[in-house]
Design a protein around this ligand. Structure first.
Ligand code: KG4
Ligand code: ZN
Length: 357
């Protein structure tokens, strides 16, 4: 079975082609008339034949953050070429696609609608099923693409530019939200501090690069805690503390203290995330841990996450960097699992985009 997946929830236009492992073994999945409860989970991860990601970073960089209207216009310009590039890199003709997959939300509504409309058009024309996918669940699914045997229950930490949340996955396709940010997402906090210092967009990678070699203890940041000790996150206090340090110490773009400052800020963000993960793990006793989302590319966060997993004696998984940031392969992987569970051969043209989780 071949799936063409499209992701346009924010500022990346992405298309991927995946092939289920079943087809490779020579038997097409005969799942169409099996009652959902009897359909087995796919035993092996699908093969990612292509995963094309076109970032709009250059378009948004002058503004220090994503400008929604510009993002939509850019998706309109690039979607057709990215989809055909995805197909040609995979060596697959459009007529061979068995299933279409697309991100429905959450995200920027204009951006989402472009991917969704494009996918609907293709599925309708080719009379093939279309599966809508949640962007956050797709980020979590990215971990299973490279490690299909991750043991449940899984505790997932999702850290991106728009979201920061903890999920308990007791079984495949089940996502229980344990806590989420009450204000800024972790990536957003990094992006805003970078913007304030005039370092460019996106902020996470720039902070990582410029903070390399800096002393993470040089600036005293305290790990924030929510008063009710819930598993929610809050990054707005940290952002304010960072701005205060910047003003008090007169830190500027070319400052000799910049690496120390950035390393300290990055360190406290990583510690804040892992602190909540630790409390969640105590509460739900998972069998494995996953870290995902764009900020999961960060070396410091990856190290703190792995330190904790080692202490807790739990297997821990992080997608390879390309699968952490927004990409269509994770959307296709989740769609294949959803389709295996509820195989509906009809094209679903009623799918709606949604901006919020
Ligand atoms: O998951 P993603 O691609 O998009 C959303 O769904 O939001 O995440 C984008 C976020 C941005 O805030 C960006 O600054 C951050 O991921 N990011 C990083 C790194 N690479 C991307 N943050 C820290 N270190 C990185 N290396
Ligand atoms: Zn994302």
């Amino acid at each position: 079975m071949l799936v063409l997946a499209i992701e346009t929830s924010c500022d990346e236009t992405s298309a991927a082609v995946l092939r289920t492992a079943a087809q490779e073994r020579g038997h097409a999945p005969e799942v169409l008339f099996v009652p959902p409860a009897l359909v087995p989970e796919p035993a092996a991860a699908p093969d990612v034949l292509s995963n094309i990601v076109l970032s709009q970073d250059e378009v948004h960089a002058p503004y220090g953050g994503v400008v929604p209207e510009l993002a939509s216009r850019q998706h309109i310009k690039t979607i057709a070429v990215i989809v055909s590039e995805g197909l040609s890199r995979a060596g697959v003709a459009l007529e061979k696609i068995d299933l279409y997959a697309v991100t429905q939300g959450p995200g920027l509504i204009g951006s989402l609608l472009i991917g969704l409309s494009f996918a609907k058009g293709l599925a309708y024309y080719h009379k093939k099923p279309l599966v809508g996918v949640d962007h956050l669940e797709a980020h979590l699914e990215a971990c299973f693409l490279e490690n299909p045997g991750i043991e449940y229950p899984v505790l997932g930490l999702l850290v991106s530019g728009g979201h920061t949340a903890l999920y308990l996955m007791e079984e495949p396709l089940s996502y229980k939200l344990l806590g989420r940010t009450r204000d800024d997402a972790a990536g957003e906090a990094l992006d805003k501090i970078a913007k304030f210092l005039g370092l460019g967009y996106p902020g996470g990678p720039v902070i990582e690069k410029l903070g390399r070699g800096g002393d993470p203890k040089a600036f005293p940041f305290a790990v924030p805690r929510t008063k009710d000790r819930s598993l929610d996150f809050s990054f707005s206090g940290l952002k304010t503390a960072a701005l205060k340090h910047i003003r008090e110490h007169g830190i500027v773009k070319d400052d000799a203290r910049l690496p120390d400052f950035l390393a300290s800020f990055e360190e406290v963000v990583a510690r804040t995330l892992v602190d909540n993960l630790r409390r969640a793990a105590d509460a739900v006793q998972p069998r494995s841990l996953v870290l995902c989302g764009g900020v999961a590319r960060n070396t410091r966060l990856r190290a703190r996450f792995q330190d904790f997993a080692r202490d807790a004696g739990l297997p821990a998984y992080i997608p390879s960097p390309k699968l952490c940031t927004d990409n269509a392969a994770m959307v296709g992987a989740l769609a294949l699992k959803k389709f295996a569970r509820r195989p509906d051969p009809a094209t679903d043209l009623d799918l709606d985009a949604y901006a919020r989780a």
